[in-house]
Ligand binder design. Structure first.
Ligand code: NDP
Length: 330
């Protein structure tokens, strides 16, 4: 079988040389394990942090070892009676064609046409949006919300949950005119702007002249600075990600206006979704029906073939995806 390994730690942007596609023996499932043939895998920005040899909330990837990430696949051999051959499972050992997975770490999902949803809108991605907006930023009906990275996987769901939960106004930022159109025309955002068109501060002020109550931050840097400037008294920020900094080699120069948080009595709170898994049932009960009846839309960008996964990852960091970035294995 083939797998993608970390060949070199990137300094700044990852390149093709960061990755190596290699042949490896197909693993044998041990007691309590299943052998999974991976069908689709998730491509996620947080993987960039794991490529650096630094201590974080997840251990770094090891040089020469296969990368890891969420995947969905079919069980083709089983040494665990509770997960039979033929079951479909979500697990954490993507970036390879076959994986021996502890049954206890595999979540069985119904065999359906929309298996990809378990990696995106109905999986960790959607839960991140739900927890960040409702529990961390404590969004309430009638409030104005700003979401950065709004055409991406998490951001697009966060903005739509705000709309469906009765936001007064939902504003999104994204990196192209097509994405801005997608946000307003297809996802129902009230306003959106391309952050490459001019200073975020000015564009946000134009889109939200009366200010914002909640900022869902996927980007950090200038976006966070602009949001701090536009937040009203007692505003809240969910610090979800800071993708503008992931490939930088020096410390970010923004936000420079954090002092405003004192007088406005703002709350800025970070979170890691895996510490909020207990909210999964509530999330699925509320958001599942919106996805099924089409009130919440989830675009996917699907790259074909394991060998194209490195390009998909670099493309994700460059903004080549709309919605969830996935790789379908052949
Ligand atoms: P996305 O689908 O949003 O993909 C990443 C997007 O980031 C790109 O499409 C690109 O869109 C945008 N981007 C890249 N560089 C920049 C930049 N310099 N400035 C502004 N936007 C940029 O990924 P996800 O939805 O999976 O993740 C979104 C964020 O949420 C990430 O920061 C991620 O790390 C974080 N996250 C955090 C979790 C948590 O538990 N806290 C869990 C999951 C994700 P564009 O064309 O608009 O530039």
């Amino acid at each position: 079988m083939r797998e993608i390994r970390l060949a070199a730690r990137p300094n700044g942007w990852p390149t093709a040389e960061t990755f190596e596609i290699a042949e490896a023996p197909t693993p044998e499932p041990g007691p309590g394990q299943v052998l999974v043939r991976n069908l689709v895998m998730s491509v996620d920005p947080y993987m960039r942090g794991r490529m650096d040899d630094v201590k974080s909330y997840v251990p770094p990837f090891q040089l020469g070892a296969p990368l890891e990430g969420a995947a969905v696949g079919e069980v083709v051999a089983s040494e665990a009676p509770e997960v039979p051959v033929g079951a479909y499972v979500v697990h954490g050992l993507g970036w390879r064609e076959y994986a021996a997975v502890d049954a206890a770490r595999a979540r069985v999902v119904p065999a359906a046409d929309n298996l990809t949803a378990y990696l995106g809108v109905l999986g960790m991605t959607g839960l991140t949006a739900y927890v960040g907006l409702l529990d961390i930023a404590r969004f309430a009906e009638g409030e104005t919300v700003f979401v950065s990275g709004a055409a991406g996987a998490v951001g697009s769901v966060a903005g739509q949950i705000a709309r469906l939960r009765g936001a007064k106004r939902v504003i999104g930022s994204a990196g192209s005119a097509d994405k801005v159109r997608h946000l307003v025309d297809e996802l129902g955002f009230d306003a959106a702007f391309n952050y490459k068109d001019g200073p975020v501060r000015r564009q946000l002020r134009e889109a939200a002249p009366d200010g914002i109550d909640v900022y869902f931050d996927n980007v950090g840097g200038d976006h966070l600075e602009a949001a701090i400037g536009s937040l009203r008294k007692y505003g809240r920020v969910a610090l979800c990600g800071a993708i503008a900094a992931y490939n930088e080699t020096s410390a970010p120069s923004a936000p420079r206006n954090l002092g405003l948080a004192i007088g406005k009595e703002l709350t800025l709170r970070g979170f890691i979704v895996s510490n909020h898994n207990r909210r999964m049932p509530d999330f699925l009960a509320e958001v599942g029906p919106w996805v099924r009846d089409g009130r919440l839309k989830a675009r996917e960008t699907v790259v074909e073939g394991l060998e194209n996964a490195p390009a998909a990852f670099i493309g994700l960091l460059r903004g080549e995806n709309t919605g969830k970035m996935l790789v379908r294995l052949r």
